[in-house]
Design a protein around this ligand. Structure first.
Ligand SMILES: CC(C)(COP(=O)(O)OP(=O)(O)OC[C@H]1O[C@@H](n2cnc3c(N)ncnc32)[C@H](O)[C@@H]1OP(=O)(O)O)[C@@H](O)C(=O)NCCC(=O)NCCS
Length: 153
């Protein structure tokens, strides 16, 4: 089920992010890029602090977090990560439905994201289109991400 995250979820979110980048995004990015992206270890304080400026949902099964997503200002999907062992089960889709509902409730006309090569197929399937590739500098390991948008009808 999808529910709003609390500060108590920060540890699970930090660990899931760290593991998913290392196990899933490593298909599409090199070792240096993955090290810069994942960080040396799960950063619980960072993920707890991020909750202040965003709406964060988790997808939970039996008390275990299997995915999370962040919705920020100006219609931005700021993060969406699914546990490496639970890919392609509809978890990210369920999280995105929540974001779309919230965006509509706030009167937004479009959703935006700056996403990875890994997630591009997912966002395309969910109705996003690439606006332009964007160079993102993650601690000096610059790599290409894609700015994508979806109109909310
Ligand atoms: C991208 C990601 C969030 C998708 O999560 P997921 O729960 O596996 O996605 P879903 O199961 O809801 O996928 C829905 C549909 O999107 C499409 N899709 C998902 N992953 C895809 C991929 N790697 N390539 C192509 N299409 C994909 C498929 O059509 C899929 O439906 P299907 O499985 O019935 O074919 C997940 O792969 C992930 O955690 N990636 C690493 C983290 C990341 O890069 N996040 C984005 C940066 S913010």
């Amino acid at each position: 089920m999808v529910r709003l995250a609390t500060s108590f979820d920060a540890s699970a979110i930090a660990t899931l992010f760290h593991e998913t980048v290392k196990k899933v995004n490593s298909r599409d990015y090199d070792v240096k890029q993955i090290a810069a992206w994942a960080g040396a270890a799960p950063d619980v304080a960072k993920w707890r602090a991020r909750q202040a400026g965003r709406t964060t949902w988790v997808f939970e099964v039996g008390g275990t977090v299997r995915g999370f997503a962040e919705f920020g200002a100006n219609g931005q999907v700021e993060a969406i990560y699914v546990h490496a062992d639970h890919q392609r089960k509809g978890i990210a889709s369920a999280l995105l439905v929540q974001i779309e509902e919230e965006a509509r409730r706030l009167g937004g006309a479009r959703l935006y994201t700056e996403t990875s090569t890994t997630a591009r197929g997912f966002f395309q399937k969910r109705g996003f289109k690439v606006l332009k590739p964007a160079e993102v500098d993650a601690q000096g390991s610059g790599f290409t991400n894609f700015r994508m948008a979806k109109p909310l009808l």
